[in-house]
Design a protein around this ligand. Structure first.
Ligand code: SF4
Ligand code: SF4
Length: 402
C-alpha cells in the first residue's frame, strides 16, 4: 500500500516509519480469515486490512474520526494477522502508532477517558490492585453469580523455596498476576528450584509497561520500562542468566524493550540487553530435564490454550503442548487454536460484548475433547476463561508443581 504522507507527517520519524510499515501490505486479504474481530462481525473496518487502510487515510489527511477510533479500539492486538500475512506485515507496530495518532486527534468522552485512566492506574499498581481485589474477594460470597464470576477466588499458595541455587534468573512478577494468581509465580519458583535455578524478584520492578502502552499512554509505558531496567540492571551486570516471565503477555512486551527504547540514548543499550535476556518460563523449561520434576500426570485430560502473545507475539505456538507432552500429560485436541479468547489485556472490560462472544467460542473449542482441566500461559486469558468455564483453568506451570 503506497502512502502519500500529509505534509504534517512528511520527514517526521513517526510518519516515515508508519508509511514504511504500511507499504508492506499488498491488499491480498489473507489475514481476514484469521482475524477474530472480522470473523465476529464481517465488517472490513474490523479486519487487519481495513484497519491498515484507516491508518493510511489518517497519514494522508492528518484527520481521524470517532469511527477510526472505534475500529482501532476493537482490535485485540492478538497479532494473528501477522502470523498469516505472507508479506511480513508488522501490524502490531503500525497499530501502536495509529492508536497514538488517533488518541491525539479524537477526544474521548469523559466517562471513557476516566475508565481508561482508572484501569491504567489501578491495574498497573500491584499494591492498589491487590487492595481492590482483596475487598472484592471478601465480598464475593455476597455477590450475584454474574458478578462473582468476574472476581477470581483467592488461591492457595504453597511454601516457596529460599533462593539458594547457584543458577540465578530474575523474575518479572507482573502486576495483575501477583495479586490475582499468586500460585503461578510460586509454582514457577518451586519448579525451577527443583531444576537447580533460583528465581529472584526485584521489589522495585513492576508492570512490564504493556497496560499503559497498549492504551496509547506511550510516555507512561516507557517510564514503566525504564523503571524495570533500573531495578534489574545491577543483577544483570552481576550475571543473572535470564529475565523470566510467567505471563506471556508480559513476555512479549519484554522482548520489545530494545525496539521501544532504541532512540533513548541513556537506555537503548540496556533495553536491548534486557530483550536478549527475556524468556518465557516455557522457553526456560524447554531445554531442562523434566524427568527431575517427578510430576503427577494422573489428573485427566488437559486442554491447552496457547495465548496469542505466545503463539503470534513470541512465535512459540507449540511451547506449552511440547512441554506438557514431554512431562507425560494427556492432551486433548482443540479447534481454531490460533483464535484469541477475547481477553487481550483490558479488552475484556472495554469491549465486553465482543470479548464475551470470543470467549464463548474459545471455551466451546477447548471443551470439545472433554478435558478435566484447561491450561493457559497468561494470567489475563486464565482469569477470562475461568470466569465462564465449568472446569478449572490453571497456568500450565502449576501442573508441573505436583
Ligand atoms: S495478509 Fe498481509 S498483505 Fe495481505 S491484506 Fe493482510 S496485512 Fe495486507
Ligand atoms: S491483531 Fe488480531 S484483532 Fe487486530 S487486526 Fe490483527 S488479527 Fe484482527
Amino acid at each position: 500500500m503506497h502512502v502519500e504522507l500529509h505534509p504534517n507527517f512528511k520527514h517526521t520519524p513517526i510518519g516515515e516509519r508508519a508509511a514504511q510499515l504500511t507499504s508492506a501490505c499488498v491488499h491480498c486479504g489473507f489475514c481476514l480469515a484469521t482475524c477474530p474481530t472480522y470473523l465476529d462481525n464481517r465488517d472490513e473496518r474490523d479486519s487487519p486490512r481495513g484497519r491498515i487502510y484507516l491508518i493510511k487515510q489518517l497519514l494522508e489527511t492528518d484527520q481521524a474520526s470517532t469511527a477510526t477510533q472505534l475500529h482501532l479500539d476493537r482490535c485485540l492486538t492478538c497479532r494473528s494477522c501477522e502470523t498469516t500475512c505472507p508479506s511480513g506485515m508488522q501490524y502490531g507496530k503500525l497499530l501502536d502508532i495509529g492508536r497514538d495518532l488517533v488518541e491525539q486527534r479524537v477526544p474521548r468522552r469523559f466517562g471513557e477517558k476516566t475508565t481508561r485512566r482508572l484501569l491504567r492506574y489501578v491495574l498497573s499498581s500491584p499494591r492498589l490492585f491487590k487492595g481492590a481485589l482483596h475487598i472484592g474477594q471478601f465480598l464475593r460470597p455476597l455477590m450475584p453469580a454474574a458478578l462473582r464470576a468476574k472476581v477470581p477466588a483467592r488461591q492457595q499458595v504453597k511454601k516457596a523455596p529460599a533462593a539458594t541455587r547457584q543458577r540465578k534468573m530474575l523474575l518479572l512478577e507482573g502486576c495483575v498476576q501477583q495479586a490475582a494468581t499468586p500460585a503461578t509465580n510460586n509454582a514457577a519458583r518451586r519448579v525451577l528450584d527443583k531444576l537447580g535455578i533460583s528465581l529472584i524478584a526485584m521489589p522495585r520492578a513492576g508492570c512490564c509497561g504493556a497496560l499503559n502502552y497498549h492504551l496509547a499512554a506511550h510516555a507512561d509505558g516507557l517510564d514503566d520500562i525504564r523503571r524495570n531496567i533500573d531495578a534489574w540492571w545491577e543483577s544483570i551486570e552481576a550475571g543473572a542468566e535470564a529475565i523470566v516471565s510467567s505471563a506471556s503477555g508480559c513476555g512479549v512486551m519484554l522482548a520489545d524493550y530494545g525496539h521501544l527504547l532504541q532512540h533513548d540514548s541513556a537506555y537503548a543499550a540496556k533495553a536491548a540487553r534486557v530483550s536478549l535476556l527475556a524468556m518465557d518460563i516455557g522457553q526456560v523449561l524447554c531445554s531442562e530435564n523434566l524427568g527431575a520434576l517427578a510430576v503427577n500426570t494422573d489428573i485427566g485430560a488437559v486442554a491447552v490454550q496457547t495465548p496469542c502473545s505466545l503463539q503470534h507475539g513470541l512465535q512459540q505456538p507449540s511451547l506449552i503442548t511440547d512441554i506438557l507432552t514431554r512431562a507425560g500429560f494427556s492432551l486433548t485436541k482443540t479447534q481454531d487454536e490460533h483464535l484469541c479468547c477475547g481477553s487481550a489485556g483490558t479488552y475484556s472490560i472495554l469491549q465486553a460484548d465482543t470479548s464475551e462472544r470470543l470467549r464463548e467460542k474459545k471455551i466451546k473449542a477447548l471443551s470439545s475433547g472433554k478435558p478435566a482441566v484447561i491450561a493457559s500461559g497468561n494470567v489475563g486469558c486464565q482469569l477470562h476463561l475461568q470466569a465462564a468455564a465449568d472446569i478449572p483453568v490453571v497456568h500450565w506451570i502449576e501442573l508441573l508443581d505436583s
